[in-house]
Design a binder for this molecule. Structure first.
Ligand code: MLT
Length: 270
């Protein structure tokens, strides 16, 4: 892993390959490893950069973050600063997964001039319903006493397609280990940030970037019907459903996701 010194924290990341830059932003409460298969495949044709967001993986929280909410906008600002530190000035392809997608909407709004194209995977544009928001705030308040393993137990059943638990137990176990390694303070700060995130559906028609919207066929967290609406609202967006996958498309069906990304990138070159 490499590190880049930002004003708030030392940001850990992987950076593989050469060519047009692609930034992969992970979900909650995960880290860059959920993109391992995409980094390996796409770095054959692009410079693929996958950071750990603040409080996840090997990027620590900044002083004071533990008691705070880190907004989706703050993570987006971290990414913009991260690109500056890496001296990446050319427009990038930004791919966000789930919480990384919430961050990507904010990046489009604040730093859109830095983008060449957008990929939104298994994410949502709506804000939370009241019950979901309350659940997040409850987790934020109690995760220090619960520990991250309880979060893994709570979230685990919804992350994968039902068949994946039987057919790919090693993938399920590796993701669970990532969640268990995530610090309770990082989980709490991000949950508060997600609870406070705005509904962005009204912004979608103004997104003027080539966009790919990708979702697992049986994603229980960001349902395909909702993602289809996102794609329909963004002018010219392409919509791809990954057969058999649940929420964790990039890990459950990596080849299908890689094919969709390669196809999208190839079209950008022409
Ligand atoms: C994620 O995968 O990032 C989370 O499921 C997002 C969320 O909790 O809304």
């Amino acid at each position: 892993m490499k590190t880049a010194q930002l004003s708030h924290a030392t940001n850990a990341y992987v950076d593989e390959g050469t060519g047009p830059p692609v930034l992969l932003v992970h979900g909650f409460p995960l880290d860059h490893t959920m993109w391992d298969a995409q980094v390996a495949a796409l770095s054959q044709q692009a410079r693929v950069i996958a950071p750990d967001l603040r409080g996840f993986g090997q990027t620590p929280l900044a002083p004071g973050d533990a008691d705070r909410c880190i907004s989706m906008e703050a993570y987006a600002d971290d990414l913009a600063e991260f690109l500056d530190v890496l001296s990446i000035r050319e427009p990038i392809v930004l791919a966000g997964f789930s919480m990384g997608g919430y961050v990507a909407w904010q990046f489009v709004r604040k730093h859109g001039a830095r983008l060449r194209a957008l990929v939104q995977c298994d994410t949502r544009a709506h804000a939370d319903a009241d019950e979901a928001r309350e659940g997040r705030l409850k987790m934020a308040a109690h995760v220090a006493e619960w520990g991250s393993s309880r979060v893994a137990e709570m979230m685990g059943p919804r992350l994968f397609a039902p068949t994946t638990f039987a057919t790919q137990p090693a993938v399920v176990a590796s993701l669970r280990a990532v969640v268990e390694r995530t610090s309770p303070a990082g989980i709490a700060a991000a949950q508060r940030g997600m609870a406070a995130r705005p509904d962005v559906t009204s912004w979608l028609p103004s997104i003027g970037l080539p966009t790919l919207v990708l979702v697992g066929e049986v994603d229980a967290i960001s349902p395909p019907a909702e993602m289809k609406e996102i794609a329909a609202a963004i002018p010219g967006a392409e919509f791809v459903v990954i057969p058999r996958a649940g929420h964790m498309t990039t890990m459950e069906e990596p080849e299908a996701v890689n094919d969709a990304l390669r196809h999208f990138f190839d079209k950008l070159q022409h």
